[in-house]
Design a protein around this ligand. Structure first.
Ligand SMILES: Cc1cc2nc3c(=O)[nH]c(=O)nc-3n(C[C@H](O)[C@H](O)[C@H](O)COP(=O)(O)OP(=O)(O)OC[C@H]3O[C@@H](n4cnc5c(N)ncnc54)[C@H](O)[C@@H]3O)c2cc1C
Length: 263
């Protein structure tokens, strides 16, 4: 079974802080990691490979340093990696990101399954998996919790609903987006990690020309949406410190609670 896993490198924080002047993410001092849901997608791919054989290719779009996420994925058990990196890809919205990933998957060819995380912890849109499936014209199942059965051209998966599960049979190739409760990602194997960081590592770097896209179709130019302003929400709640001895503070507190009709 040939599996492509989409892996995004993200800052290691769910509390994204923004520079108030530029509106850009403050990345200084924040380590980069494999997006948590993607580690679960990778674990699912390794488990499938162990049971059914095949090959795992990790695909990522990002700046040159995103190669670290690919190396880590290969340390876990992926066989090869492709990094899509080109200045032309910068500033992509989800549409342009999915187009770029979709083109690269088409170029790679020969795959039975595309696995990705449900959501990235920085962009948080959960749009990429479904958009890539639409681009490739493939069946898609989101919120996958378990891959129960794999046959030659079909698989049965369990997807999580708010108050239960749904069992779905879908034909292959397909795109699945997986959730964090699915499994427990393994740690990288040190020897594999050393190989993945070495000169002989099977990691390709493809640019826009390699995947046959025009600059107007990718990155900022190919984006259908543009961010007008990025800002952190202002807190409406305000704290107030009451001063004085205990009796005075209690009197003030009761007065304020009555004033606001809270007691
Ligand atoms: C309107 C808009 C404008 C944007 N403008 C910019 C911008 O100017 N500059 C900028 O840097 N970003 C920009 N982004 C963010 C960027 O497009 C997203 O990070 C990217 O499209 C992925 O979306 P997401 O992070 O929400 O991923 P999700 O859809 O939440 O991710 C789901 C899964 O898709 C896969 N995936 C997602 N992204 C990648 C990737 N790059 N490589 C491989 N797999 C991936 C992973 O498996 C991930 O778990 C913009 C986003 C929007 C919505």
């Amino acid at each position: 079974m040939n599996i492509i896993v989409l892996v995004k490198q993200v800052p290691d924080t769910t509390e994204v802080k923004l520079d108030p002047k530029t509106g850009n993410l403050i990345r200084e001092g924040i380590e980069s990691i494999i997006n948590p849901d993607d580690a679960h997608a990778l674990e699912a791919a390794i488990d499938l490979k162990e049971r059914h054989g095949g090959k795992i290719t990790v695909l990522s779009m990002g700046p040159p340093q995103a190669i670290d996420a690919i190396s880590e994925a290969m340390g876990m058990g992926a066989d090869e990696g492709i990094l899509l990196s080109d200045r032309a890809f910068a500033g992509a919205d989800t549409w342009a990101t999915s187009t770029t990933l979709g083109k690269a998957i088409e170029k790679k060819g020969k795959y039975d399954l595309v696995l990705c995380g449900r959501q990235a912890i920085d962009g948080d849109t959960a749009q990429i998996g479904p958009q890539v499936a639409e681009y490739l014209g493939l069946p898609q199942v989101s919120y996958v919790y378990d891959i129960e059965k794999v046959a030659k051209k079909v698989m049965v998966v369990k997807r999580r609903l708010e108050d239960g599960f749904e069992r779905i049979q879908c034909t292959l190739p397909a795109v699945l987006t997986v959730i964090g409760d699915m499994n427990r990602p393994r740690y990288s194997h040190v020897a594999r990690l050393i190989d993945a960081c070495g000169e002989k590592a099977k990691i390709k770097i493809w640019n826009a020309a390699d995947i046959g896209v025009q600059t107007r179709d990718v990155g900022l130019e190919g984006s259908l949406t543009h961010v007008i302003k990025t800002f952190a929400p202002k807190f409406k709640r305000q704290g107030e410190m009451l001063q004085g001895d205990t009796k005075t503070i209690v009197e003030q507190l009761v007065g304020k609670l009555k004033e606001n009709m809270l007691i």
